[in-house]
Design a protein around this ligand. Sequence first.
Ligand code: 5AD
Length: 378
Amino acid sequence: MRRRENSVILLCYPYAFSHKDFFMDYMKSIKLIDKLEASGTLEKEEFVFLLSHHTRETGEYLFEKARNVTNRYFNGYIYLRGLIEITNYCKNDCYYCGIRRSNRQVARYRLSPEEILACCDMGYPLGFRTFVLQGGEDAYYSDETVISIVKSIKAKYPDCAVTLSIGEKSYESYLNFFKAGADRYLLRHETADSLHYSRLHPLGQTLESRKSCLYALKDIGYQVGTGFMVGSPFQTKENLAEDLLFIKELRPEMIGIGPFISHHDTPFADQPSGSMESTLFVIGILRLMIPNALIPATTALGTIDPDGRARGILAGANVVMPNLSPQEVRKKYALYDNKICTDEEAAEGILQLREGVEKLGYKIKTDRGDFNPLNSKM
Ligand code: 5AD
């Protein structure tokens, strides 16, 4: 019967053959999205198929499911984190990153412990209950310094969570930061394929070391965030599928996904940036894979498109991270070109942000917004 229907289509339309293929691919994608929703994962080849046949229609189908899952687990709330970019000094030389060691054009800065605390002082009355201390790998911040910064924030604001995002450290350092009161740690794996990793980083930076840091952080008890860029140079659909499977294995509490955006003073200056659409698609997939994960609508997503962060929320993201860094350093923390530093992006624009989120049908939540493991069985 089906064969007969197909031959009718073939006779009727001059382009029916390609339409038929298109329809079959669409139907297969829909089935895969249903399977992903039901089981939380797919086989590698299935992810590759889904990513390779992404269309506006499959995107819409995925995003609706992702939104439903987000609403079920987070009740329409969007979580707030205050981002403090503590230093743009970095000993690493990642080929994609604007603050890489070899970039002599960067005006370097670092914030003193007092300046960091002043950022928290500004954020607290605005409703921030999580402070994310992010920076390059900068030896100025010895373990003792990090520990004392964490302790002073926690002493002054015991109802706040402190998230660190300061790169690869030893197990012992991570443990000491945790004992000092750090709650969470962000460290993107960047790519789960070691060959791809070696094309994005110089010799001496390895996927193996990145992964062992992530497992150490998990072992210690941090809420751990990982993630990657969509559309990074040389990235294949297979690489993306491996990223998704790695995330399924690690089970991070937080997942940061943004498009790669080229920076003019890096070896990747001429590489094309990733697209908003493919980034949104990956966010939707991850929401179905880890329903209770905290997934930010990242600054990079907002940079690639003015609607990026709103679209991120509508694709399943549930966290926003306005910038709490002092005004004068924001532009200097340029990992990529044209980073947004608008009022709405900055913490001062919290009212505007609240309005924007409410227009989408969500509400901003101003508590710590911890990962909720109890939800995972829902
Ligand atoms: N484009 C987009 N994201 C970038 N990052 C670094 N450089 C870029 C870029 N050019 C991301 C990396 C890093 C995070 C802090 O920022 O994934 O882990």
